[in-house]
Design a protein around this ligand. Structure first.
Ligand code: AMP
Ligand code: MG
Length: 483
């Protein structure tokens, strides 16, 4: 029998408040992530899962709580944050004894709701439900979702929308902002307790280190995982949208999706969040903001660590980011032996793609045809310009050094997903679900799990366009923060 607990309740009471959900009325379980259920060896039947997801009842061992944290939002410290519309239910251990948090989102007001209604809308819930699985399938660390409920009860946002609740699964729900809060309180004893908790649940390899280096090892690991995550986002053309420190997981998983987007055209300075007027979280800024967030976390860790230790962790971020980004981007260009100079080639290529308004994802699909019998298709795809002719000569020169034909084409294909959850596709799925048609949600969920394989249906005229760069009116749908 699966055992559940809520290990977060071991921490001092000031870290959380017990809270019960307000169950969703007339809720329908509209999707279940069977794959994740199987991975966690969970054998909930549909009835149990409906009751859990709507917030009615939970199997024994779960103890719903709202976590207290703070964080920097758009660069400014906000001391008043906490789970305002979600509850940590508890953990389940997988076959390797790794604990996974189960968190119910949209479950009603909590002591940290401030003026919010504690609810989540169907639109953003479906977006999170799909993107977690899509990123996971692309190899990008991410929180995922187990199940989702829809209720016709209205919620007021910019418009009146339907409600939803969903269960999110993540390595932890401890955020950078949890540590910022304890630093603000100046409570070193509690800070250490939280650090031990994170080590125990996420970084057990540090458990037996001597105390003088254990906390530094924790900060190093968080910084490295964050840097790895940023490199994954950049190489996938993924924009998170709200990289506030309260949305940064200490496990380096993508968490708390804002108005996220995959790039359509390769716009280096693309801003997916239309509330982000300064472009703080633009695509090009993400690695710097990841670093800035790690500096804020480092500042909090100055309760326990010296400035040299914090600086070493920052250097770890920079090294991990540079190395991971170079390897991942080189793979996209079919280069299996990255050279330090390749960073200039990658940057120049992205600038040229941006100037020519080429689709970030489709470009690499076409690049796979370079120097193959279908090479002409690649050239036809490119603008007929001197800049691109020079680029092709430069690329040819680079791959002549590499000498990895025909693996080059395979490497590009292995790193180029064909099915991308573009915002216009997510919007079509949402609009169908709002009308009670959940088939597109189910279909796309199954397709996004294997984004490198194209199902037969995409050969039909009705579906073929989903593989191509989107039509102009479908491009770059900027979304607001409201969710
Ligand atoms: P987010 O931008 O979703 O990461 O939310 C920032 C903070 O506001 C978190 O502490 C949330 O729990 C809280 N929050 C956001 N929306 C609501 C809502 N509708 N009701 C209550 N709290 C909310
Ligand atoms: Mg958040």
């Amino acid at each position: 029998m699966t055992l559940f607990e809520n290990s977060y309740c071991e921490l001092p009471k000031t870290f959380y408040r017990a809270a019960m959900p307000e169950p969703l009325v007339d809720a329908l379980l509209i999707h279940t992530n069977q794959k994740l259920l199987a991975e966690l060896s969970l054998d909930f039947d549909a009835e149990t899962l409906l009751k859990m997801t709507k917030g009615e009842s939970f199997p024994e061992g779960f103890k719903p709580i709202a976590q207290k944290y703070t964080g920097h939002q758009f660069g400014y410290y906000n001391p008043d944050l906490g789970d305002g519309r979600g509850l940590l239910l508890g953990q389940v251990k997988d076959a390797q004894q790794q604990p996974w948090d189960l968190h119910l989102k949209g479950s009603g007001v909590t002591p940290y709701s401030r003026r919010g209604d504690g609810r989540a809308v169907l639109r953003s819930s479906i977006r999170e439900y799909l993107i977690g699985e899509a990123l996971h399938a692309l190899g990008v660390p991410s929180a995922r979702c187990l199940s989702i409920c829809h209720s016709p009860e209205p919620v007021r946002r910019e418009q009146i929308e339907d409600r939803a609740t969903y269960i999110r699964v993540a390595k932890t729900h401890v955020r950078f902002g949890h540590f910022e809060w304890l630093a603000q309180l100046g409570n070193q004893a509690d800070f250490k307790q939280l650090a031990h908790y994170v080590i125990k649940t996420v970084y057990p390899e540090h458990q037996n280190l001597p105390e003088e280096i254990r906390y530094a090892a924790l900060l190093n690991s968080i910084n490295e995982r964050t840097a790895y995550l940023m490199a994954c986002w950049q190489a996938s053309g993924f924009c998170h949208g709200v990289m506030n420190t309260d949305n940064m997981s200490v496990a380096g998983e993508t968490l708390d999706f804002g108005p996220y987007a995959f790039l359509d055209d390769c716009k280096i300075h693309y801003i997916c969040n239309h509330s982000d007027t300064e472009g703080r979280y633009a695509y090009s800024q993400q690695p710097n903001i990841g670093l800035w967030n790690c500096q804020v976390l480092g500042q909090a860790f100055s309760m326990l660590l010296s400035s040299e230790q914090i600086e070493a962790a920052i250097n770890g971020y920079i090294e991990t980011y540079n190395q991971t980004y170079l390897t991942k981007m080189c793979a996209k260009f079919g280069l299996s032996h990255p050279q330090p100079d390749d960073k200039h080639f990658i940057a120049d290529s992205l600038i040229l793609m941006d100037q020519s308004s080429l689709d970030f994802h489709y470009f690499f699909q076409m690049l796979a045809l370079f120097a193959t019998p279908e090479h002409a298709q690649f050239e036809e795809f490119l603008p007929d310009s001197k800049a691109w002719r020079l680029w092709m000569a430069r690329y040819q020169e680079r791959i002549d050094v590499e000498k990895n034909e025909p693996q080059r084409q395979q490497l590009i294909q292995k790193n180029t997903p064909k099915l991308i959850l573009r915002n216009y596709i997510a919007q079509e799925i949402i609009e169908a679900a709002e009308q009670g048609d959940y088939e597109p949600l189910d279909n796309w969920f199954n397709w996004l799990i294997t984004p490198y394989d194209v199902p037969e249906i995409f050969k039909t005229p009705e579906y073929a366009h989903y593989l191509l760069p989107p039509a102009a009116h479908h491009k770059e749908m900027a979304l607001s923060c409201s969710s």
